[in-house]
Structure formats: C-alpha cells, structure tokens
Design a binder for this molecule. Structure first.
Ligand SMILES: [Zn+2]
Length: 297
C-alpha cells in the first residue's frame, strides 16, 4: 500500500512542506479506514458529535483524494451514553467501565439493555434499567428452556390440529412487527415491545397442554429474534459437556422413578422427589401420561 508514503506529511527535516503544524485527527481517520476498507466502503460509524467538523472533513479529503463519491455509503451516528443526564466521558470522570458492569451482569443483559434504546438516541445509563433488562432476559431464557423441553417430549401430530391457526397467526404478526421496526433504521426501541408481547403470548400458549405446531413456531421465532439480538446463543445451541450430559441422564432416571411411584399411587414419595428436585432448581411439569422437567436459572 502506498498511502503511508503519500500521506506522510513530514519531509526528512521534520518540517511539513506547508509550514509548521501537521494534519491530525481528521486525516488519521481517512487513512486508517481506507487503508483497511478500500477507496469506498459501506458503513462508517461514530458518535453524533462527530458529524461536523470531523466526518465532514473526512468526506471532503477522501473524496478529493480518491476521486470517488460517495466515499462511504452509510453513516451511522450513535447517540450519547449519559449518566444522570451528563455525557459519560473520561474527562468528566463519570464513566462506568464495562468490566464493572460485567462483574455484576451477564454480557447478554448489557447487550439487550443497550439495544433497548435506538442507536441514534441518547441512552441514560441506570442500574435499575439493567436490573429490569435482567428480568426480561430471565423470562426469555426460561421460555427457551421450556420450549426445548416440550420439543423433546412431545410427539409430532399426524395432522395439524384445527385450533392452532389463530395463535400461530398472532405469533407471526409479532415477528413481522419486530422485523419491520428493525427495517426502519434499526429501530430497536420500536421492536422491543413486539419481543415482550411475543414472550407473553408464547408463555400463555405453552400453558396446559401445548400443541406441537405452536411449540415449533415459538422455537423458530425465538431463533429468528436471536439472529438479531444474539443474547440466547448459549440456550439455543447448548454444547453439553460430559458432566452436563450425565446430570441430564440422572435427572431422567429420577423423574422416571417418580413416575413409577405415581403409577403405584405412592404420592408421598412422588411429592418428596418433586420438592427435593425443586430445591435444586429443577422444575417438574406433570402432563397426563408424562412429566417434563426444566432446570430453572
Ligand atoms: Zn474519525
């Protein structure tokens, strides 16, 4: 690459040809981005305070130098992260480092929290906001676990039951609403209510004796949502370690032993097993002829 040589402002005497001083910040960004992304590229990001003069300078000098227009196809300018209304910045000394947040919350919670505000809007950081997002995450995680448990236990029906159409339509409508909002300049703020409504409707539809096609639909939509949100990876594709697998097999045996007791109408032992498992965070859901179980986080 020749940019380094061409744009090097200093001659060997250390004095730039145009007199004292040197081009700094603006040209650095032009050089760095084109060095790695080429003469023209798709997306350039930055804080909204950089629109002028910084990005305007970058555009002027890069388009002149490369003879292209536009140099960048899309500019994505993000809003400020503030704390108690003040811009979070090192110089003000009011920053909360990411590692401090991650020592208290899962990275997925922080990710979902940041996504809940539209990227161009100002986000006022609060611990309460994170706490609220944590509860949303928990609901989503438990929903995924429940759906996966059903998928393992339920048998696909030979024909699609008549009564599932309306629910599936409604679930689809929420998926469409979510993606339409994102198509509108990544409007995550507008998309989130669809996600919340989806979680509620999915939970409601899975109560009692859920229909297999609904379970499959809920799972499919959760996967679609997660392709954008990226917060459910470890629940949607759990790589089971040998010891996790062993736990799974052991729980299956315990649940089967409890079934034997129930069939013999020995409810005292059956209830004891249920309550002991519950203390370990393993929840049993009794169906007519089988029991499914989930490990609640
Ligand atoms: Zn820059």
């Amino acid at each position: 690459m020749h940019y380094g040589r061409k744009l090097n402002p200093e001659n060997h005497t250390g004095t730039p040809p145009w007199g004292p001083g040197r081009p700094g910040w603006h040209i650095e960004c032009s050089v760095m981005s084109s060095r790695y992304l080429g003469r023209q590229f798709d997306i350039h990001g930055g804080g909204r305070d950089l629109i002028f003069p910084h990005h305007e300078n970058e555009i002027a000098q890069s388009e002149a130098y490369f003879g292209v227009k536009p140099w960048v196809k899309y500019w994505i300018h993000v809003g400020y992260l503030t704390i108690r209304g003040e811009k979070m910045s090192k110089s003000l000394g009011n920053i909360i480092p990411v590692h401090e947040v991650l020592s208290k919350y899962e990275p997925e919670v922080l990710r979902l929290y940041l996504l809940s505000t539209h990227y161009r809007s100002q986000l006022d950081f609060t611990w309460e906001g994170l706490e609220h997002t944590k509860s949303v995450m928990k609901r989503m995680e438990n929903l995924v676990k429940l759906v996966k448990a059903y998928l393992e236990e339920l048998e696909p029906p030979s024909r699609i039951p008549d009564n599932v159409g309306k629910t599936i339509e409604e679930l689809e409508r929420l998926r469409t609403g979510f993606f339409n909002a994102l198509d509108d300049d990544f409007n995550t703020t507008k998309a989130m209510p669809y996600l919340h409504k989806f979680i509620s409707l999915a939970n409601k539809s899975l109560m009692g004796k859920p229909e297999y096609p609904i379970v499959v639909k809920v799972y499919e939509i959760l996967q679609d949502f997660n392709r954008v949100l990226g917060v459910l990876d470890k629940y949607l594709q759990p790589p089971l370690t040998p010891s996790e697998n062993l736990v799974r097999e052991l729980v299956k045996i315990i649940v089967e032993v409890r079934q034997i007791h129930r069939r013999r109408r020995d409810y005292e032992v059956a209830d004891w097993i249920r309550s002991e498992l519950s203390k370990l965070g393993i929840k049993l859901i009794d169906k007519k002829d089988k029991t499914i179980w989930i490990i609640e986080g």
